[in-house]
Write a protein of this length. Structure first.
Length: 187
């Protein structure tokens, strides 16, 4: 209720442009490793969001992740993830998402469809995106927040490395759980 009241303090504009604030945002993932789940994140990313409340279909999202910025808190694993076995960051330095369609499904809920390019492969993807609200930032500007969660099959993007375990099973799962929480500054 407080968030809604404060958000209403923002000037009403149909189209608003935002730049992602990486200091207050997070791009994280989880994948099964043996029987547990390993969490990691990407530390270097940027993006823009042009939100059109009167015509949600005109909303645009562009997001770029620097693949070399992967961080699982384990240097040897991170270097392996940067190698040709996984992200091959020398050949494919970025992971990108560019929206092609946006549909409002509820007051703060959207379906954002676009092209995700990772490891040199582009796939259509629809993300469930939540607009968390907008508040004055105390410095004369406004900040907004957006979030999404999605499960991806890494093999669909050509990331297929794995090991068969002597006792049966595989070292890594195929599904990667992605969680993105973005703070954005109104431009």
């Amino acid at each position: 209720m407080i968030l809604a009241a404060l958000a209403s303090a923002a000037p009403v504009e149909a189209t608003v442009s935002y730049s992602v604030d990486p200091v207050h945002s997070e791009v994280s993932f989880r994948i099964r490793h043996f029987v547990s789940r390993v969490r990691g994140q990407f530390r270097d990313f940027s993006g823009t969001i042009v939100k059109d409340d009167e015509n949600p279909a005109a909303t645009k999202v562009e997001f770029v992740i620097q693949a070399t910025s992967i961080d699982t808190d384990h240097d040897r694993r991170d270097n392996h993830l940067r190698s040709a076995d996984f992200f091959d960051v020398e050949k494919f330095p970025t992971i990108t998402f560019t929206s092609t369609a946006v549909e409002r499904v509820a007051e703060s809920e959207y379906r954002v469809t676009g092209h995700l390019t990772m490891h040199g492969i582009t796939k259509a993807l629809t993300l469930p995106v939540r607009f968390e609200g907008e508040l004055p930032d105390g410095q004369g500007g406004f900040r907004a927040a957006f979030s999404t969660e999605q499960r991806l099959d890494r093999k669909e993007f050509g990331i297929v490395w794995n090991r068969v375990l002597d006792q049966g099973g595989r070292m890594l799962g195929d599904d990667v759980e992605i969680e993105i929480s973005l703070a954005a500054i109104r431009r």
